[in-house]
Ligand binder design. Structure first.
Ligand SMILES: Cc1cc2nc3c(=O)[nH]c(=O)nc-3n(C[C@H](O)[C@H](O)[C@H](O)COP(=O)(O)O)c2cc1C
Ligand code: SF4
Ligand code: SF4
Length: 261
């Protein structure tokens, strides 16, 4: 049983690969959170894992909240897979604490780098197609290794991407994340918007509604997953004015119909 959260498909890709090998259900945290479904019955020999993207050395609050409420009958432990552009900090440890408070242990903690989708810094741009292909091919090997470890009941911290001073930086950057998740800078190139509603339908924060066939951000804050920006078919959503020319990204190996988030 694999639970995932994903803005641009990387975590979904990893989660799918693990689920294909281990069996069990593939469950979108965004979907079940909305339904308020927190109780699950994995079989006693089934592995349960959570795959999620790292945001500011931590993760989206929906993941923490979900893990604080989840009830797994027949199971007292899970594994965590932190998916990041480069560095995770203590993202896994923060979720581990939440799980421990909910009487669940973490058997193994993993990390994996995937193409970075964070384009809100003026210096960040999306990698070229060739760079993305190379990175995804390399990540396939890491996913295989993670699966092998899970199948062999490996216990421990296998995160190779914590970076420097994770214990110090994670609380600081978590604070930055909290304060930067504002929606007021989202804007659209109105003439390019075809009114397809994709952005409103996929937003995990339910922060977007369609008004007169155009998206409007109705909540002051969101999870900043960037799904709306990257997955708009017209690439017409921007954040301030620095994101116009930095490219967009969706994991090219994820079938769109599989993409439940
Ligand atoms: C708001 C935000 C913050 C991010 N912070 C980090 C970070 O602290 N460290 C990192 O290595 N990558 C960071 N990233 C990059 C994502 O973790 C990375 O691209 C991930 O693969 C996205 O997964 P997804 O496609 O499942 O959404 C951030 C991305 C976003 C949108
Ligand atoms: S996804 Fe893009 S094109 Fe579709 S409604 Fe939203 S902004 Fe417009
Ligand atoms: S508004 Fe966009 S960036 Fe914010 S949570 Fe919704 S989809 Fe993600």
């Amino acid at each position: 049983m694999i639970f995932y959260f994903s803005g641009t498909g990387n975590s979904l890709y990893i989660a799918k690969k693990i689920q294909e090998k281990l069996g069990g259900d593939l469950i979108s945290i965004k979907d079940i959170y909305k339904m308020g479904k927190f109780e699950y019955n994995p079989s006693s020999d089934e592995k349960v894992g959570i795959v999620y993207p790292v945001y500011f050395y931590t993760s989206a609050p929906i993941i923490k909240d979900f893990l604080s409420k989840i009830k797994l009958n027949n199971k007292d432990s899970v594994f965590l897979v932190a998916n990041c552009g480069k560095t995770t900090g203590n993202a896994n440890e923060i979720l581990e604490k939440t799980l421990n408070k909910n009487n669940l242990k973490v058997d193994s903690k993993f990390s994996i780098t995937m193409p970075d989708n964070y384009i809100l810094l003026p210096t960040n741009t999306i990698k070229t197609k060739t760079e993305i292909t190379k990175m995804l091919n390399e990540s396939d090997k890491v996913i295989e290794d993670i699966i092998n470890k899970i199948e062999n009941n490996a216990v421990g911290d296998f995160n190779n991407h914590k970076g420097k001073l994770p214990g110090l930086l994670s609380p600081l950057t978590s604070f930055l994340y909290e304060s930067s998740c504002k929606t007021k800078k989202f804007n659209i190139i109105s003439d390019d918007c075809i009114g397809c509603s994709q952005c409103a339908n996929i937003c995990p924060s339910e922060a977007i509604v369609m008004k007169k066939c155009k998206p409007v951000w109705i909540k002051p804050k969101c999870f900043q997953c960037l799904a709306c920006m990257h997955r708009c078919p017209q690439h017409c959503i921007n954040y301030g004015d620095s994101t116009k020319n930095c490219g967009r990204y969706v994991n090219p190996r994820v079938e769109f119909n599989d993409f439940k988030m």
